[in-house]
Design a binder for this molecule. Sequence first.
Ligand SMILES: Cc1cc2nc3c(=O)[nH]c(=O)nc-3n(C[C@H](O)[C@H](O)[C@H](O)COP(=O)(O)OP(=O)(O)OC[C@H]3O[C@@H](n4cnc5c(N)ncnc54)[C@H](O)[C@@H]3O)c2cc1C
Length: 309
Amino acid sequence: MNCLAFVPSKNGQATKAGLEAVSYAKQCGAAVTAVMVGALNGDGGAGAAGATKVLHVSEELHDEGQIAKVVSAAAEAAGADWVVAPHDHVGRAVAPRVAVRLGAGMVPGVTGLLEGSTVKRNVFSGKAMAHVDVKTAKKVITTTPNAFGVAGDGAAAAVESFAADAGEARLSVTGFEPSSADGSVPLPEAVRVVSAGRGLKGPENWGIVEELAQALGATTACSRPVSDMGWRPHHEHVGQTGITIRPDLYIAAGISGAIQHLAGVNQSKVIVAINTDPEAPFFKAADYGIVGDAFEVLPKLTAAIKSMG
Ligand SMILES: Cc1cc2nc3c(=O)[nH]c(=O)nc-3n(C[C@H](O)[C@H](O)[C@H](O)COP(=O)(O)OP(=O)(O)OC[C@H]3O[C@@H](n4cnc5c(N)ncnc54)[C@H](O)[C@@H]3O)c2cc1C
């Protein structure tokens, strides 16, 4: 089974979500060829994640219609039975166009491995799982970021330059600006996350969360009720119906640890829960638990981190 993985890159390196797409295909048992567009350092990290070859399109392309044309051509050239892309802002726009070009059935945002022709995805805002049977010979899949992780033990991939007619650009990106004013890493890529819930009582109290995040070089997140009530922006909501994250460190203050919250964070390497209630469910999922008041514990943690230099 041959798979072509579309791997978005930044500054010549594959994005984490792109590498997850490669690892996903490898875990499904496929021989994986990656296609990468624009500047590239070496193999961009795709080999370690499981690709044996990288088809490199050196042209900088920002129009997803153009990217879809070269990805479709690469899929044909690689004799791919299926194409995988991350379900991020680029993959989401490229994959459906590739599916149309290849006459393939497409499943977006999968959360399970492709087994034969069936694959699992969340539906109805995470309230149910659909098992989808893809009936076409060729298939296109996008992977939910942070649902699968990245295997990092493969060898470097062979890099071949690849050219295909991308056609005329129908749009151009005139500039980029960071969405967070503090320049913190976007949640799906964050290595450290400090998160808080309804236990913080109100948006006016988020200063202590932000101060700890800043001291740790972490990104802030929140539980769903907090974003539903407008205390924090929706892009900070983690969990079954929000963003799935996989940081090295997840600190949760004043969050009960409901199953729907844990679904989006329980792949974190180290979980620290801070809660006044010793019976809070989060303590069962946490590596470290602090039974205490977030209003006392968070400033103490911040001071301790700062004192470490
Ligand atoms: C279909 C569905 C999907 C859902 N999806 C999500 C999702 O994606 N993400 C999500 O987060 N939720 C989701 N939920 C909601 C989820 O079930 C919980 O209701 C929610 O996670 C609870 O948020 P919370 O822990 O902030 O608030 P609460 O449940 O109110 O918990 C607050 C916690 O703070 C503690 N606390 C209070 N004061 C302090 C203090 N001073 N210091 C320390 N601790 C304190 C309390 O002991 C308590 O444990 C979903 C629910 C459904 C039905």
